[in-house]
Design a binder for this molecule. Structure first.
Ligand SMILES: Nc1ncnc2c1ncn2[C@@H]1O[C@H](COP(=O)(O)OP(=O)(O)OP(=O)(O)O)[C@@H](O)[C@H]1O
Length: 249
C-alpha cells in the first residue's frame, strides 16, 4: 500500500483547561474516503481544523507526502491542495454561487482590463456553473444569492467549491447534517465522485449509515486520541459504535 497522503502524528491541543487532543494520530491514504468518527467532544473537528491549517497544534507533526508541514493558516493548507467544507458551510449568503466559488481567487478580465482590476464575471459564472453541473447540483439561476437556495443546494455549492480547488484532500465536517434523504444521497454521491477523481476525502460524521455507505476506512477518536482503525468493508455498525463509546476496542 502507498504511504499516507496526509498524516497526523501525536497531535496535542488544549483550549485553556480542556485537552481537546491528547496525542491524536490519523492517516489519510491517497484516493480514499476516510471517516473520522467519535462521540461528541472526542476532538474530531479540532483535528480537522489543525490538519486544514485553521488552528495550530500545541505539539505533534503533520506530514504531507511524508514530509513535515507547518500550516500557519487555512490559505497555507489550500495552497497545498487541501480544502474544507465546514459545518456551517462558510458561504457568503448575500453572494451568488459564482461569487462564493471565486471568493479570494477572483478571475480578472484578460489583457489591459484585467491589469486595471476588472473581474471576469462571465468566466467565473461559467466555471461555477460547470462545476455544479459536474456534481449534479442543479441551480435554477446563477444570479440568485446563496441565501435563496435550499439546504441541499447550499451543501452542493459548498462541496462543489471545495472540490473545484482541492487537488489533494477535501475535509468534510458533517456534510449531511440537517439534510433530507434525497439530499443526503446526493452528497454521498458527490463524495464518491471526489474520491473517484483521485482526491482523498476526510469525512467527519455521526451518521454510521453514511460512514458505512461511503468510506473506505474508519478512524475512531475517543477523548482526544485514536483508539481504533477499521477497513469499512470488514466492520459492523456495532463494532463502530462499540469503539466510539469504549464498550469495545
Ligand atoms: N475553541 C474552543 N474553545 C474551547 N474549547 C473548545 C474549542 N473547540 C473545541 N473545544 C473543546 O474541545 C473538545 C473537542 O471538541 P471538538 O469540537 O473537536 O469535538 P468533536 O469530536 O468534533 O465533537 P462534536 O461531535 O460534538 O462536534 C470539546 O471538549 C470542546 O468543548
Amino acid at each position: 500500500m502507498a504511504g499516507p497522503l496526509l498524516e497526523a502524528r501525536g497531535i496535542v491541543k488544549s483550549y485553556g483547561h480542556v485537552e481537546a487532543l491528547r496525542g491524536a494520530d490519523l492517516a489519510l491514504p491517497p484516493g480514499e474516503v476516510v471517516a473520522l468518527i467519535g462521540d461528541n467532544g472526542a476532538g474530531k473537528s479540532t483535528l480537522a481544523k489543525i490538519l486544514s491549517g485553521v488552528e495550530p497544534p500545541d505539539d505533534g507533526e503533520i506530514l504531507l507526502d511524508g514530509r513535515p508541514m507547518a500550516f500557519s493558516s487555512a490559505e497555507d493548507a489550500r495552497a497545498a491542495g487541501i480544502e474544507t467544507v465546514y459545518q456551517d458551510l462558510a458561504l457568503c449568503a448575500d453572494l451568488t454561487p459564482a461569487a462564493n466559488f471565486f471568493l479570494g481567487r477572483e478571475l480578472l478580465k484578460p489583457g489591459l482590463l484585467g491589469r486595471l482590476g476588472l473581474l471576469d464575471d462571465a468566466a467565473m459564472r461559467e466555471r461555477a456553473r460547470q462545476a455544479c453541473e459536474r456534481l449534479g447540483v442543479e441551480l435554477k439561476s446563477q444570479d440568485a444569492p446563496v441565501s435563496t437556495l435550499s439546504g441541499g443546494q447550499r451543501q452542493g455549492v459548498a462541496v462543489a467549491r471545495a472540490v473545484t480547488w482541492a487537488r489533494r484532500v477535501v475535509f468534510m465536517d458533517e456534510p449531511t447534517a440537517a439534510l433530507g434523504v434525497v439530499q443526503t444521497r446526493r452528497v454521498l454521491d458527490l463524495i464518491r465522485g471526489v474520491r473517484d477523481s483521485g482526491v482523498s476525502v476526510l469525512l467527519i460524521s455521526h451518521n454510521m449509515q453514511d460512514v458505512k455507505a461511503v468510506s473506505d476506512r474508519v478512524e475512531v477518536l475517543r477523548l482526544g486520541r485514536r483508539v481504533a482503525r477499521f477497513d469499512t468493508a470488514q466492520v459492523s455498525m456495532e463494532e463502530l459504535v462499540g469503539a466510539m463509546t469504549g464498550a469495545r476496542g
